[in-house]
Design a protein. Structure first.
Lengths: 306, 217
């Protein structure tokens, strides 16, 4: 080391006039101004586009030739990658039903994988045509997005494990404020837990798997998850998981779209209705049976069931 | 445990490649922009230095996750719609550029002003003073903190999964979402990240040794 004189405060002398150096920095400045001007032009074009009358998303989707669906990939049995790495689940089935209604081809769907927290923002910034991602319909959300008719009525249940301190609902309830419950991060998640366990400590986590992991790792005594998940897990690994034996709060799952587009909303509802109650029910029935073990209802002619 | 890891590996490959791609783009992008802006900050006039200082401080002050969401949702409002991948790369690059600017400024600032003055007295132009006198000395001060920033980028790239980009972390979450067995997957993920960053650390130590030798000679 030749320059052992390490001085951190050694600022470069400023204000000297060397043409080459000034020129280089002026060019840099000019480039910045150019970029700013370009951004300004883009903003003007955007304003002009915003003033044009808005076409229904239904026409846009049809002329595009594929449906863009916002959903997740980390929550079985709703939306998950199967053993072949293909997206599968009830939400995926509903997306394919919609694509079949649009294009006669259930494969014409592009899935945009998103975090649950992105469901409403991605609709309102136009990144997706529709969100089908186990979305609970509630009045607060309905102020921000347009919900389709519900396609499933979910419940909430308490999952415990063979190693849990409290295994049954009675034990959890008796434990009062010493009981700790993990739950998926969500609007109203806290109130959800308090419905069943009014005094329990609530721990909100980012994915359903982490909610369950928290319970298995002993960080929580019970995982407050969907009834469908509890049934699925207990059925798959009965030696590991226990259904605490209490389910509550039926909640409706609907697809979400942008507001002020009645054509698109009506189209989605019509396709869902026809598949759930009408004559094209094979795909919906198969999904209900595969993912929840629910046998198809008989459709009887005559008075409409809905 | 091991069986669960072996089962998961094929599903993680694409995510792993994407993590490397994001990290690589971020490191390269932030290096080029950071070098330019950091040098401008060290030697440039005040009117140029001030906005760079404001940018560097802002980029470093905003939590990375906020920056990612700002770019992802903010740019479409300005008429520029980036795909989740490029939005995430842009946000991470902005963040990392803030750091690189500081590292560059610090490395240059630590070179004694006498070096610059001496180079001036023998008539070197500004560009040549940087090229032959300042940068060769500054690069040794630059490398250690920069490598630190590079490993940080690799770890920070895990946040891109929040805007739906299937990187290594998201691929891990996807397997967990199917198996509901997080522990083996988290351990496997940690092992992969450690392997990548350990490789970088070893490479950087070699690089540092090489530059030290070159300058001493």
């Amino acid at each position: 080391m030749t320059d052992s004189n390490d001085r951190m405060d050694a600022a470069a002398p400023g204000g000297e006039a060397i043409p080459g150096r000034r020129g280089a920095f002026t060019a840099l400045g000019a480039a910045t101004l150019g970029a700013a001007a370009f951004a300004g032009m883009a903003a003007t074009a955007e304003r002009a586009a915003a003033q044009a009358p808005r076409e229904s998303l239904l026409r846009t989707v049809i002329s595009r030739g594929r449906l863009i669906v916002g959903t997740g990939s980390t929550n079985a049995p709703w939306h998950f990658e199967d053993d072949r790495g293909q997206l599968s689940g009830m939400d995926i089935a509903m997306a394919r039903i919609l694509a079949a209604g649009l294009f006669d081809d259930p494969a014409k769907v592009e899935f945009v994988r998103q975090d649950p927290a992105q469901r409403i923002p991605n609709i309102n910034t136009g990144r997706v045509d529709i969100v089908i991602q186990f979305m609970t319909m509630n009045p607060q959300r309905a102020q921000l997005v347009a919900f389709s008719r519900p396609y499933y009525a979910e419940g909430v249940a308490l999952l415990t494990s063979a190693r849990s301190r409290f295994k049954t609902f009675a034990e959890l309830r008796a434990a009062g404020s010493t009981a700790r419950a993990s739950v998926l991060q969500n609007a109203g998640a806290d109130a959800l837990v308090k419905d069943a366990l009014p005094q329990a400590q609530v721990m909100q986590l980012d994915t359903q798997a982490n909610v369950i992991q928290a319970m298995e790792a002993g960080r929580a005594d019970t995982a407050v998850v969907d009834l469908s998940t509890v049934r699925w897990l207990v059925k798959r690994t009965p030696d590991r998981y226990i259904d605490a034996g209490h389910s509550f709060r039926s909640q409706l799952y609907g697809a979400a779209m942008r507001q002020s587009d009645p054509d698109w909303l009506n189209f989605v509802n019509a396709v869902f209705n026809v598949n759930m109650f009408g004559h094209v029910s094979e795909a919906y029935d198969a999904a209900m049976s595969d993912f929840f073990g629910i046998e198809p209802r008989r459709r009887t002619p005559g008075f409409p069931p809905i | 445990m091991i069986a669960a890891m072996v089962y998961a590996l094929p599903f993680l490959w694409q995510g792993f490649v994407l993590t490397l791609a994001v990290s690589g783009l971020v490191v390269a992008g932030s290096l080029v922009i950071g070098l330019l802006l950091g040098t401008a900050l060290a030697f440039g006039p005040r009117w140029l230095g001030l906005p760079i200082r404001v940018f560097a401080d802002t980029a470093r002050a905003i939590p990375l996750i906020v920056l990612i969401f700002t770019v992802y949702y903010g740019l479409p409002a300005l008429g520029l719609s980036l795909s989740p991948f490029w939005a995430a790369v842009a946000a991470l690059t902005l963040f990392k550029t803030g750091h690189v600017i500081e590292i560059v400024r610090g490395a240059i600032g630590s070179i004694h002003p006498g070096q610059m003055e001496a180079a001036k007295t023998i008539g070197l132009t500004f560009a040549n003073r940087l090229r032959y006198v300042i940068f060769p000395q500054a690069v040794r001060r630059f490398l250690p903190p920069w490598i630190n920033a590079v490993t940080d980028s690799v770890k920070g790239s895990a946040l891109v999964s929040l805007v739906g980009v299937v990187d290594l972390m998201m691929a891990i979450q996807q397997v967990i979402g199917r198996t509901f067995e997080p522990m083996p997957l988290y351990i496997l993920g940690a092992a992969i990240y450690i392997a990548v960053n350990a490789t970088l650390s070893i490479a950087s130590r070699r690089l540092e040794a090489r530059f030290a030798a070159t300058v001493a000679a």
